[in-house]
Design a protein around this ligand. Structure first.
Ligand code: SIN
Ligand code: MN
Length: 265
């Protein structure tokens, strides 16, 4: 799949691009069923919310679940990123974020490349996220908030937050967020299950807790140009991958072939 010139222009200008309903309801249902199966696993990659049994993030789900493995090689995700990064890509990080009903906790303001540069020594911001909404994402269940245009100035100063949630993150201070949001506002990325969101790895983003009775799973592929692979292996392999082989996209129907009942492992 290829992006149009207008979509590419929008992406570079705003720092993000929404592709509503890129996956259909059947494909989203396959992902939803498999997300539940993955959250139920007792594995170190499945991180729980602080003080709760609710899953927060299932890292590297493409390594132990067939549906997520296929999604990690899906041409509707991999090809547009290859187009934008101008060459072959590998999977730097893969996560299914649950944001469980009532329990899903905050993700503080951050830039992903801030963490990849500091912790993994990724040379350049030649990497980006492409996310698929597994559930409908609404104003109620903790949508991702993005500050438009905040991708343009590289990496901002950040503090290492090891306290507020169950996952360490390099986070921006309130003054910087207020300055950036004061200029460009905040975009709340909402959409039906199957919608895709792509954003720069330098984009400033966050999400609030989920106080609603509706869960909100989103799967994030963090793809990096193969020449720009990480140079430091401080974090576990299942958080910052070390297989730099180019991803070979699968046929477009790869997910649809998995009937929901047959897909769960
Ligand atoms: C992230 O920024 O990596 C995750 C945020 C979210 O899923 O709400
Ligand atoms: Mn992030």
């Amino acid at each position: 799949m290829k992006l149009t010139d207008t979509q590419i222009e929008d992406f570079h200008r705003d720092g993000y691009l929404m592709l509503p309903n890129l996956f259909d309801a059947q494909e989203a249902a396959v992902l939803a069923e498999n997300a539940e199966a993955v959250y139920a696993l007792d594995r170190e990659e499945v991180v729980r919310e602080k003080g709760s049994k609710s899953a927060r993030t299932a890292f590297a789900a493409h390594q132990y679940n067939e549906a997520f493995a296929r999604l990690g090689r899906h041409p509707r995700l991999v090809e547009p990123v290859m187009q934008l990064l101008d060459g072959p890509v590998y999977m730097h990080q893969y996560k299914v974020n649950a944001k469980a009903a009532f329990d899903g906790d905050v993700w503080q303001w951050h830039q992903d490349y801030g963490t990849w540069a500091r912790d993994d020594l990724m040379p350049e911001a030649r990497a980006m996220n492409i996310a698929v909404f597994i559930d409908d994402v609404t104003e109620f269940n903790g949508p991702l908030w993005l500050i438009p245009h905040s991708h343009r100035e590289g990496v901002y100063e950040a503090g290492h937050d090891l306290q507020t949630t169950s996952y360490p993150l390099w986070t921006l201070d309130n003054a910087k967020v207020a300055e950036l949001a004061g200029q460009a506002g905040i975009f709340s990325a909402k959409g039906e299950a199957g919608t895709v969101l792509m954003f720069y790895s330098t984009m400033v983003h966050a999400s609030s807790p989920n106080m609603s009775p509706w869960g909100r799973s989103i799967v994030y592929l963090s793809l990096c140009h193969v020449d720009n692979h990480i140079r430091q292996f401080k974090r576990p392999e299942w958080i910052a991958h070390r297989d730099f082989a180019p991803i070979e996209p699968l046929p477009d129907g790869c997910l649809r072939e998995l009937a929901p009942a047959a897909a769960a492992e």
